[in-house]
Design a protein around this ligand. Structure first.
Ligand SMILES: [Zn+2]
Length: 311
């Protein structure tokens, strides 16, 4: 959709947060008033499957979401969009191999750690392999979740682990980085992965990361810095690959100033390029999140319309 991009450009007009908040308010009302509930959606999906009409409704919904919203923005940038059309069981990703197996988790985690919550998967950078601890996500599951403005947990896992594949310069090679260097980069890498998975605000991102298996052993001040710096880079227009490359190059944490100087330098350079000397980051972050909420609401409304439609 026009004028919905999340990136800044020079001479960007002032952010109109009020207008965005009003759009969210109106869409929420519409969302509550019209269409069908998640339960009704499930029943409707079953009916459509029995009648052999599900695929047509599914494809029509996906096409409309692509055309009318930016819901698939990160997914497209990660190169995962065709999974939605061909189905994730058949989906072949050109960036890394993907393995789906809910039983694999036992071998990886339950041996020596007690996770706070069930891990969704992991990225094996030595083999350039994304492991997901689920069976491949089904199309009916996708629609059920989209009705409720969200993605299935398994696909959030895919977005998360796929992001990690963009952060490894040495993926597929046996060369191993020292563990302390990997730990140093982890807050940044996790921040990018969680941001692509959920698109949360600065604060929520920090809360989401704290206490997860992948952030154990990481200092809180590094996590706090990363939960703001990575979304800032996205707001400033850096692509998934550009942020991933940057993360892979980081090798210093300045404990006194509580910053990663290499990241800070890129933010400063980009701000200069955009003639934005002193941006209001909280407003920019709110704008980013409001736009995302709008896309989620629009997506849900589209799916509910398509499910409710007589074929
Ligand atoms: Zn991770």
């Amino acid at each position: 959709m026009e004028n919905q991009g999340e990136c800044l450009s020079p001479q960007e007009p002032e952010i109109n947060l009020e207008a965005l908040r009003k759009t969210v308010f109106d869409l929420r009302n519409l969302w509550q008033r019209e269409g069908i509930s998640q339960e009704e959606a499930k029943t409707r999906i079953k009916e459509l499957k029995m009648k052999g009409e599900f695929d047509a409704v599914y494809q029509r919904s996906i096409e409309r979401i692509k055309k009318e919203t930016n819901f698939f923005r990160e997914i497209e940038e990660l190169g995962l969009l065709s999974g939605f059309t061909v189905g994730f069981k058949k989906f072949h990703w050109d960036k890394a191999k993907i393995r789906w197996n809910p039983l694999h988790i036992e071998r990886i985690f339950f041996s020596d750690t007690v996770p706070w919550r069930r891990p969704m998967g992991h990225y094996d950078y030595r083999k350039n392999l994304v492991w997901l601890y689920f069976w491949p996500t089904k199309k009916e599951e996708i629609l059920e979740y989209l009705v409720d403005k969200d993605l299935p947990y398994s696909l959030k896992g895919l977005l998360h682990e796929a992001t990690h594949a963009f952060q490894c310069k040495e993926s597929g090679k046996s060369k191993q980085e020292p563990e302390n260097l990997r730990l140093l980069k982890r807050p940044l890498g996790e921040s990018q992965a969680f941001m692509n998975q959920s698109g949360s605000t600065f604060e929520d991102l920090f809360e989401e990361m704290k206490g997860t298996v992948s952030c154990r052993g990481v200092k809180d001040n590094q996590l706090l810095y990363s939960s703001k710096a990575i979304p800032k880079l996205a707001i400033l227009g850096l692509s998934v690959q550009e942020i991933g490359d940057l993360v892979s190059q980081v090798n210093v944490w300045d404990e006194e100033r509580e910053i990663y100087p290499q990241i800070e330098e890129v933010i400063r350079g980009k701000l200069k390029e955009l003639s934005l000397e002193n941006p209001n980051w909280d407003e920019l972050d709110e704008e980013r999140c409001l736009k995302r909420t709008i896309d989620r609401l629009r997506t849900s409304i589209i799916v509910r319309e398509e499910l409710a439609r007589d074929n």
